[in-house]
Unconditional design. Structure first.
Length: 421
């Protein structure tokens, strides 16, 4: 296998509780079976477990000669678990991961380039922005497995026509607060959490800004990035239409919505389900609408999870066979329907299972406005830099201009700019 470079050091002992290896036993299987392992972050969660167990059962009927062992580990431990397994030369044959980790793992030599196996077949079925999330320096390193866009979720009993621009959103939120004292018109997350990046990037893209250009050069120090950050922060500090963003991440906004503290928020399709209520209900009826437009139009960050193959696998043929199976259109559609995820390409999106749900159809429609998540050299420190940029302005410690300039300096100082590696 390709060995990890010296940029990575051993992360030390970390607690890896909760990881559970689960295998699908095929009745009557012969001793000639090939066993492959699949690391699946979040696989212990009920919906995820339902999904992968059903997939393995279907796979075993078609390929009884291959036995699959699932290693499920909580998401918050997954990154370090993968790195340590790779450094120990004991990684699983297949690795499911946040696609944001692909540049790091590719630079480590941990992932097998997949162009030879899937480049001319699978690549045609995905949205271009989604395919970019699993491509690094021109090579395909994984296949998408979960895909999300964002949309505005709003109270239909409080909002007549959903706002189409950020200015309209502020006006709508202020009107709600005037008519319903104690309620905020909108909610946005700003805590130290990965979702804070998604919240900012969606506004950034609507302003026409980017973090890196196509060649991997940092372009965050732009008027568009400054204006987008000001838009984000003004929701709290100037317009006062959101509760303190520092106290919440995006995943906590559905609870605020259900309890009546906010009337609108931006999330993926799971945001409605996270309220525990269907769109049509007597307590907080809701619907979805396009993300408000900025100067460059409406936009959404495209985020994905994906599965790649360990570069050091001894079971390449079996791993390729399994990855090919779980990424067929039928398997992807089943997974997306169970998990409430956005279909990953236009042909899948056109299916009635997705188009027939008005709430969900908005997220499908937002795919055409998607821009892929930035691809820094290392995600974890990149996340810290962007969160610090946002929080420093929320706290009044820096102006938007100062915060953006500082973030660019840190991206370069920490060697996070792909083109400068």
């Amino acid at each position: 296998m390709a060995r990890p470079s010296g940029r990575w050091t051993f992360l030390g002992a970390i607690v890896l509780v909760g990881a559970l290896a689960v295998s699908l036993l095929v009745p009557g299987a012969s001793a000639a079976q090939t066993t492959i392992t699949w690391l699946y972050p979040g696989g212990e969660q009920p919906v995820s477990r339902q999904t992968w167990q059903a997939q393995l059962e279907r796979f075993s009927k078609v390929h009884p000669e291959i036995r699959v062992e699932v290693i499920d580990v909580p998401w918050d431990l997954a990154h370090d678990r993968i790195v340590n397994m790779v450094l120990a030369d004991d990684a699983p044959d297949l690795i499911q991961m946040g696609s944001r980790w692909i540049p790091e793992f590719a630079e480590m030599g941990a992932l097998l380039p997949l162009d030879e196996y899937f480049g001319t077949t699978k690549g045609q079925i995905y949205y271009p922005a989604l395919l970019k999330t699993v491509t690094y320096k021109g090579k395909l390193y994984a296949l998408p497995r979960a895909y999300s866009t964002q949309a505005l979720i709003y109270r239909t009993d409080l909002v007549g026509a959903p706002p189409k621009t950020w200015d309209e959103l502020v006006a709508t939120a202020l009107e709600i607060q005037k008519e319903h004292p104690g309620m905020y018109g909108f909610g946005i997350g700003g805590a130290n959490h990965v979702s804070t990046l998604s919240q900012y990037f969606t506004i950034l893209f609507s302003y026409g800004g980017r973090v890196f250009d196509e060649a991997g050069n940092v372009v965050l120090d732009s008027p568009e990035a400054v204006a987008a950050l000001k838009e984000y922060v003004d929701l709290y500090r100037t317009h006062k239409v959101v509760p303190n963003p520092l106290e919440y991440n995006r995943e906590q906004l559905p609870d605020l919505f259900r309890s009546g503290r906010i009337a609108m928020f931006i999330s993926g399709p799971w945001g409605g389900r996270a309220t525990g209520l269907p769109p049509e209900n007597d307590q907080v009826p809701y619907a979805s609408a396009k993300v408000p437009a900025g100067p460059a139009g409406t936009a959404t960050e495209v985020v994905s999870d994906s599965t790649g193959i360990w570069a050091g696998t001894d079971n390449l043929d079996a791993a390729v066979t399994f990855l090919d199976f779980i990424t067929t259109e039928e398997e992807q559609v089943q997974r997306d329907l169970i998990g409430g995820l956005v279909p990953q390409g236009p042909d899948m999106a056109a299916r009635p299972e997705f188009k027939g749900n008005p709430y969900f159809a908005t997220f499908v429609d937002m795919a055409q406005y998607g821009s892929s998540q930035p691809q820094p050299a290392l995600w974890e420190p990149f996340q810290d830099v962007i969160v610090d940029m946002v929080q420093s302005v929320l706290l009044g410690l820096r102006t938007p201009e100062e915060a953006v300039k500082n973030a660019v300096t840190e991206l370069r100082r920490q060697n996070l700019v792909p083109a400068e590696l």
